[in-house]
Design a protein around this ligand. Structure first.
Ligand SMILES: Cc1ncc(COP(=O)(O)O)c(C=O)c1O
Length: 379
């Protein structure tokens, strides 16, 4: 089977360095909040340009800590796409807040800024005090942050970037992590920058957000140990994961370049086949981290059959996401923007993600593309 994500190829390159880093942690024995965590936070701040980085236990916890830092209150609303992973929306109800579902754009899979006004109005009309917007850099490309930030500013809202998939992406001259009031990323193993367990980080330039998130991730601790300023949680990053990430971060810029080459090769090969497939579009002034390479199949193609057929040829594929979030039982009570979610529904039926990782070879891309071609041409 061609790997969907090849963590072994990457590990082969850096195994010795990772072993050495882990050994250092075993030697000093500070498994919680060891020096590697601070070192990683400093390195991530240099990488993103964000003044403050807080490493934590997962991408979901990074979103939760960011919302705490932004002082969200029960009953307040946050606009979030319906076409995303559950984490983006689950963190609001966990704090008593309300997700308001907005549609995305067909070519980028990200929030449609033209629909922000309607989403805000939908919430206001039913008495919800909207406080912020949570764009998601789906599949690696940051959302249109300039437009979203402008809208937010004009309406007195904050913006929390769910950058779980888009870490490593760029908008104009700024890196993901530094495109809004706060950003949260995930270091889940399959993410562009992943560790060997769960991990995440909060990025911000705002001292207040950082300090609240920092305190909250250690049980709401105050200035002294066993002195508490607020209700918090246990959301620390393990020192061993930080040590692993430090080595992975070393090769991350090179891996981002390789992911871009893989995407270019897919684009070139699939384009030349003229199959009526819509390929992922990267907007001008944006760079994707290519967490996924996701295509849009022609409507008449049976996606399940194509996936089965590819599997027989040892080609894995995945559907992110088959059901809009608002359709799931725990989420169907939350408001949907009055401009609707027609693109979200369309994408849910027709997207398909293909193998994507920095070490995917050109002949593998040709093999994958040829098999898609054979299926569609003989359909
Ligand atoms: C868009 C999005 N947001 C949030 C998360 C949550 O990250 P984690 O799995 O590290 O909690 C993920 C991870 O899958 C994600 O894809």
């Amino acid at each position: 089977m061609i790997p969907f994500i090849d963590l072994h190829a990457q590990q082969k390159l850096i195994r010795k360095r990772i072993d050495k880093r882990i050994k250092q942690v075993l030697d000093h024995g500070q498994y919680i909040l060891g020096p590697e965590v601070k070192e990683l936070e400093d390195r991530l701040s240099s990488f993103t340009g964000a003044k403050y980085t807080l490493c934590c236990s997962s991408g979901t916890d990074a979103l939760l800590l960011s919302l705490l830092g932004l002082k969200i209150k029960p009953g307040e609303g946050v606009i979030v796409p319906a076409f995303t992973f559950a984490s983006s929306a689950e963190v609001m109800p966990l704090l008593g807040a309300i997700p308001i579902f907005i549609d995305v754009k067909r070519d980028t899979f990200n929030i449609d800024p033209r629909k922000l006004y309607d989403s805000l109005k939908t919430a206001k009309d039913i008495g919800i005090n909207v406080k912020g917007i949570m764009p998601v850099g789906l599949f690696g490309q940051p959302a249109e942050m300039d437009l979203i930030n402008d809208f937010a500013k004009n309406n007195d809202l904050w913006v929390l970037d769910d950058a779980a998939q888009s870490f490593g992406g760029i908008h104009k001259d700024k890196n993901v992590g530094n495109l809004s009031e706060a950003a949260a990323t995930s270091f889940f193993p399959a993410k562009p920058l992943g560790c060997y367990g769960d991990g995440g980080a909060v990025f911000t330039n705002d001292k207040d957000i950082y300090e609240i998130a920092n305190s909250s991730h250690i049980h709401g601790m105050g200035k002294k140990r066993y002195e508490y300023d607020r209700i918090g949680m246990n959301a620390r990053m393990s020192t061993i994961q930080a040590a692993i990430l430090l080595e992975k971060l070393e090769i991350f810029p090179e891996e981002l370049k390789k992911r871009q080459e893989v995407a270019n090769n897919y684009n070139k090969t699939l384009n030349s086949l003229n199959l009526g497939i819509e390929l992922p579009k990267i907007n001008k002034n944006f760079k994707s981290s290519w967490a996924q390479y996701t295509i849009l199949l022609p409507e008449n193609i049976n996606r399940d059959k194509l996936q089965e057929n590819l599997k027989l040829k040892n080609i894995p594929s995945a559907v992110y996401y088959p059901i809009p979030l608002n359709e799931h039982k725990p989420y169907n009570r939350y408001p949907v923007s009055k401009s609707g979610l027609s693109v979200t529904y369309y994408l849910s039926k027709n997207v398909l993600s293909l193998p994507m990782h920095p070490y995917l070879k050109k002949d593998e891309i040709v093999y994958i593309s040829e098999n898609i071609n054979n299926f569609i041409k003989n359909y």
